[in-house]
Write a protein that binds this ligand. Structure first.
Ligand SMILES: Nc1ncnc2c1ncn2[C@@H]1O[C@H](COP(=O)(O)OP(=O)(O)OP(=O)(O)O)[C@@H](O)[C@H]1O
Ligand SMILES: [Mg+2]
Length: 234
């Protein structure tokens, strides 16, 4: 397994959010679904070292990373595209992408190669290479954010709500690109747009109230009555 989470419990202050999460990601694309406040971002925060686990374990490629600082996790090979984009709006696409590789040992030596990967994946970023990110559309900025994470050459790419606030055509494009990426890299993605993301993932988990209530293949989830009524709105 690339990522292996066992019996994870954590929260904020005295508020317990996660109540024993078991979740794993192999060489595949895995979705995390669930209502607002279910704990999806908290799972990501625990993996990235933003919140400390209260109990349980988190292993990445066989190394215990639970409770390790964020820079340690990033250097180990996990890159995050956060729910709130953290781009530098006053800097160009080129500079934002370069920063994604700058501080990561596994990214920096192959920066030129990774840049080619990113610009091939998102050709619009090649056209807009010198443009200031703050002047670009929301969809283009999301592509810069994904591209910047990829510049670190991660073994695992985590995306928190990548489709949030984007128009449908861009959402489809982003998920199409994720389906291409998953051939080379493990992906963990949280999404409100369950319908679109089911096309891009291999397996998924449904999180409700800080616990896994369902775990299945994309096809299994698409046909599950609970998923259909609660998340596909049919
Ligand atoms: N920094 C924080 N401090 C205190 N409570 C928090 C913090 N972040 C999240 N919470 C609480 O933890 C719970 C889980 O939040 P979390 O952000 O993990 O949910 P989520 O599944 O990602 O939801 P969403 O779909 O809205 O992004 C919620 O009750 C939320 O209010
Ligand atoms: Mg969230």
């Amino acid at each position: 397994m690339i990522l292996d989470i066992k019996k994870l419990e954590t929260g904020y202050g005295r508020l317990q959010v996660l109540r024993g999460i078991d979740l794993s990601v192999g060489k595949e694309s895995v979705g995390l679904f669930g209502p607002n406040g279910a704990g999806k971002t908290t799972i990501i925060n625990a993996v990235m070292g933003i919140v400390k686990p209260w109990a349980g374990s988190i292993e990445f490629e066989g190394t215990a990373i639970g409770g390790k600082p964020t820079h340690f996790v990033a250097r180990a090979g996990i890159a995050l595209v956060p729910q709130e984009r953290e781009l530098f709006p006053g800097m160009s696409v080129a500079d934002n992408l370069e920063l994604g590789a700058a501080y990561v040992p596994r990214g920096k030596p192959i920066m030129a190669q990774q840049l080619e990967v990113v610009l091939t994946l998102f050709p619009i970023l090649k056209e807009r290479y010198k443009q200031l990110v703050g002047t670009m559309s929301g969809g283009q900025q999301r592509m810069v954010a994904i591209g910047r994470a990829l510049m670190a050459n991660p073994a695992l790419l985590i995306l928190d709500e990548p489709s949030l606030g984007l128009q449908p055509s861009i959402v489809a494009e982003v998920f199409d690109r994720l389906s291409i990426l998953k051939k080379d890299i493990a992906i963990l993605v949280t999404e409100q747009n369950v319908r679109e993301s089911l096309k891009a993932i291999d397996r998924g988990y449904v999180i409700e109230n800080g616990a896994v209530v369902l775990e299945d293949t994309a096809a299994g989830l698409a046909n599950n009555p609970h998923v259909i009524s609660a998340y596909l709105g049919i």
